[in-house]
Design a protein around this ligand. Structure first.
Ligand SMILES: Nc1ncnc2c1ncn2[C@@H]1O[C@H](COP(=O)(O)OP(=O)(O)OP(=O)(O)O)[C@@H](O)[C@H]1O
Ligand SMILES: [Mg+2]
Length: 261
């Protein structure tokens, strides 16, 4: 049981009509409570890989090879919080709607659960009392709502697609801390996609490096960062990870198997 992965991608290939290898031969496993990072430059296939896991590939793109096994529930946090929300619908109602459909509970019960999620995510009371629309919230509050929407699905695996890039640095940090704290409480596993190596390195026990749709390197976080084998990984580290950040890395192993600890 302990060795049985929650999520297993084997040689996954994604293609469009014009490009038969947008993503090629990608394989990785995620175990319960574990966090892995998927890093690589823009266009390397990170988002398509995440979307393929939940069957959310854009039209015109399909999986042409390989196998994806998700042994549990998956949910995704999208990069742009405002665009992930319906602008014409109060946020609490959007949340209650997701709870209603995903947890199969009555409308009344889903409203109560939605309010509990607001509290869990540290959202202000004003949201409970009045209908608030996405444009009336700050970027950080919107992203908390988007995280609540994902958590409303009670995921075993949370797929995070650059969940903080749209936010300013202080809010980024708060949101990351929240995701990690909730992981300890709720025990979900994570696949964390980002350009930001400093972020993944503090969150994830293993890193997978993608270039032009392929995995070029993978390994335990610290050894990989300290001794990258592929020139592309070296280039990513040189270009995005300021040296002082390396010494600030928290213990990734602490986060590795939150559920088993
Ligand atoms: N809807 C689409 N139709 C056709 N090609 C697409 C579509 N979405 C993505 N692609 C192509 O697939 C490749 C991988 O895209 P993907 O969005 O997965 O990259 P990414 O690594 O997430 O990049 P970023 O860091 O900028 O988000 C890119 O070449 C992109 O142009
Ligand atoms: Mg992307």
């Amino acid at each position: 049981m302990a060795n049985h992965p929650l999520l297993h991608l084997e040689n996954v290939t994604l293609a469009s009509r014009f490009n038969p290898s947008l993503v090629s031969d990608v394989s990785f496993q995620v175990h319960a409570g574990e966090s892995i990072g998927l890093i690589g430059e823009s266009g390397s296939g990170k988002s398509l890989t995440l979307r393929s896991i939940l069957g959310l590939l854009p039209s015109g793109i399909e999986q042409t090879d390989g196998r994806i096994q998700l042994n549990g529930r998956g949910a995704m946090i999208f990069q742009d919080p405002i665009r992930a929300l319906d602008p014409l619908y109060p946020v609490v109602k959007q949340l209650a709607e997701v709870v209603h459909y995903r947890q199969q509970v009555s409308r009344k019960a889903s409203h109560v659960i939605a309010l509990e999620l607001l509290e869990l995510l540290g959202l202000p009371d004003s949201l409970r009392q009045k209908d608030r629309y996405p444009h009336q919230l700050s970027g950080g509050q919107c992203q908390r709502i988007v995280i609540a929407l994902a958590l409303a699905c009670k995921p075993d695996v949370l797929l995070c697609d650059e969940p903080t890039t749209a936010l300013d640095v202080t809010v980024q940090r708060q949101i990351l801390e929240l995701i990690v704290r909730l992981q300890k409480e709720l025990g979900y596993a994570m696949v964390f996609v980002t350009h930001n190596l400093a972020v993944t390195s503090s969150l994830c026990s293993r890193l997978y490096v993608m270039k032009e749709g392929r995995l070029v390197e993978e390994g335990e976080t610290l050894p990989l960062l300290q001794n990258p084998q592929h020139p592309y990984t070296r280039m990513l580290i040189d270009s995005v990870l300021p040296l002082p950040e390396l010494s600030e890395l928290s213990e990734p192993n602490e986060l590795k198997r939150g559920a088993d600890a």
